[in-house]
Ligand binder design. Structure first.
Ligand SMILES: Nc1ncnc2c1ncn2[C@@H]1O[C@H](COP(=O)(O)OP(=O)(O)OP(=O)(O)O)[C@@H](O)[C@H]1O
Length: 307
């Protein structure tokens, strides 16, 4: 029998008087890449630690590949998991290859896998260099490499693009796509919502220890029905004024004009009415969907701060 990689039922976690997680239920399907987002202290890292079996839940059940994280069968399931913690700490006096070999020994993965894994994260040229001389981005790549060792079929990546430059971020997601293509399931957290919103299959929004919403970006948009933003470039100020007048007659539409530019905020179901009102006179029209940041705030999240 095959089990979904992750099944959580009514999971709560108490740290003394503090309730870090409250009745969280969620499933992640095989081969999915999902994003876990939430404000600082929302409970993302705690959820990771519970799913990795590093700390016990106060109540509820957590199954990973069908094995209860508090049961004896979990050791086996744990071998198929890769984890990149939020702060990856390593040994400065060893080379990148030596660090990876150490992790390979711990994970009971043959050392022969290390060179290829370093190549996968673009560190092959620095394999023999002391980690103490690595940049922040290179350390993060090394952390990613240890998570990828042994081709795990479930990956937990906590803030994996921390410290990476734009090229590093693009490389990281290119590698993730390869990992996903071989059927792995991936759970990723990020504070940079613009970065993950187009890259994951589904999103979980955490708020104060609870799951505030879940779904694809489109489902989250439909659930919140935030207004769309339409920007239209008109030939000149006069054309913009005429366009503004037409739009002001439409219900559920707010518009303003500045020079030859019209800015319109409208309910989703008014989009076609707005477009047809402008289509004859506009030179160009751009429609902006609500961003994940706006949805996140709409679902009750606080502002997401980058670390
Ligand atoms: N070992 C612990 N003992 C006591 N409280 C803890 C412990 N671990 C986490 N907490 C608390 O649980 C809550 C959730 O923390 P958690 O680290 O899971 O949040 P997070 O969403 O990962 O935050 P961030 O985005 O800042 O990493 C916070 O209030 C935190 O202070």
């Amino acid at each position: 029998m095959t089990y979904p990689p992750i099944e959580l039922k009514s999971v709560s976690k108490q740290f003394g008087a503090l309730q870090a997680l409250k009745e969280v239920s969620l499933n992640v399907n095989k081969g999915e890449m999902v994003g876990l987002i939430g404000h600082n202290g929302a409970g993302k890292s705690t959820l990771f630690k519970l799913m990795l079996g590093l700390i016990p839940a106060s109540s509820g059940s957590i199954r990973v590949h069908g094995a209860d994280t508090s049961g004896p069968g979990f050791r086996q399931a744990r071998r198929r998991i890769g984890y990149l913690p939020e702060s990856f700490v390593t040994y400065d006096n060893l080379s990148g290859l030596e660090v990876l070999q150490l992790f390979a020994d711990l994970k009971k993965v043959p050392r022969s896998a290390c060179a290829g894994t370093l190549e996968l994260v673009g560190l092959q040229h620095a394999a023999g260099r002391r980690v103490g001389t690595y940049s922040k981005g290179m350390r993060q790549r090394l952390g990613f490499a240890q998570a990828l060792l042994g081709e795990p079929d479930l990956l937990f990546l906590d803030e994996p693009t921390n410290g990476l430059d734009p090229e590093g971020i693009a490389d990281f997601y290119a590698t993730l796509r390869k990992v996903k293509a071989r059927g792995a399931t991936i759970v990723i957290t990020s504070h940079i919502l613009a970065e993950i919103q187009q890259r994951v299959d589904r999103l979980f929004i955490m708020k104060s220890g609870q799951l505030a919403a879940q779904g694809t970006l489109d489902e989250l948009r439909a659930g919140m029905s935030l207004p769309l933003l339409v920007e239209a470039a008109m030939a000149d100020q006069e054309a913009a004024g005429a366009g503004l007048q037409t739009l002001q007659g439409l219900p559920g539409v707010k518009a303003s004009a500045e020079g030859g530019k019209l800015t319109v905020s409208c309910e989703r179901e008014r989009k076609m009415a707005v477009l047809s009102a402008l289509s004859a006179t506009a030179l160009d029209i751009v429609i902006h969907e609500p961003t994940l940041e706006e949805l996140f705030l709409g679902y009750g999240g606080a502002h997401v701060r980058a670390h």
